[in-house]
Design a protein around this ligand. Structure first.
Ligand SMILES: NC(=O)c1ccc[n+]([C@@H]2O[C@H](COP(=O)([O-])OP(=O)(O)OC[C@H]3O[C@@H](n4cnc5c(N)ncnc54)[C@H](OP(=O)(O)O)[C@@H]3O)[C@@H](O)[C@H]2O)c1
Length: 170
């Protein structure tokens, strides 16, 4: 399911780079299908060098044409980034996955004005070494297929579980 998806990673700090690196290492995502951003040019250049993918600081350009948008910013920045994406695109922004603890799926759905299904993802620190666990929470507009896609995205970091079913899988 991941192979044909174009993915934009918004925020390439510790977790954004870990997720992007995991996707590339899994072999399921081609470098040409992965694009990323950071707020500063310095961070963008660092991520670009480390991952070998396009990384800039223009979120609107990065998400144009993306099937999946991964918001990997700090919780305090998540709402502002989501609102920026909504106003810059004026259309369906694709599936969004939040990694923010305080930014709930509902909060992001509202920030995106209901234009995109949201799956909230909460990985733990061992994900940094591929031995973590990610809890996934389905937003009101997300389908089981969206959750399955999110599972695939976080699989390289360890395992995942759906918070509604409370079943942990690897
Ligand atoms: N780090 C961990 O071990 C860990 C473990 C589990 C969960 N988490 C969670 O993961 C989330 C992210 O944490 P993190 O450690 O990855 O944070 P981080 O290292 O501070 O990275 C945040 C990234 O967001 C970018 N950013 C901020 N505003 C932006 C904007 N408007 N547009 C584009 N990019 C923007 C920053 O760019 P600049 O660098 O240019 O400012 C930076 O690349 C948090 O919710 C945290 O709780 C982290």
């Amino acid at each position: 399911m991941l192979a044909d998806k174009r993915i934009a990673v918004i925020g390439t700090g510790t977790m954004g780079r870990t997720i992007a690196g995991g996707l590339l290492a899994s072999g399921k995502v081609r470098k040409a299908h992965l694009v990323a951003t950071a707020r500063s040019r310095t961070s963008a250049d660092k991520a670009s060098r480390e991952l070998g993918i396009r990384c800039a600081s223009d979120n609107a350009a990065a998400t144009a044409g993306a099937d999946v948008v991964l918001l990997c910013v700090k919780p305090r920045d998540a709402g502002k980034v989501a609102e920026g994406l909504r106003s810059s695109s004026g259309r369906d922004t694709g599936r969004s996955s939040s990694r923010s603890r305080r930014a709930s799926a509902r909060y992001l759905e509202e920030a995106l004005a209901g234009k995109a299904p949201v799956v909230r993802a909460m990985p733990n620190t061992p994900c940094l070494i591929g031995k973590g666990m990610t809890v996934l929470s389905k937003g009101s507009k997300a389908t089981d297929r969206d959750v399955a896609l999110a599972r695939e995205i976080f699989l390289p970091l360890g395992g995942s579980s759906s918070s509604r079913r409370s079943t942990w899988t690897r």
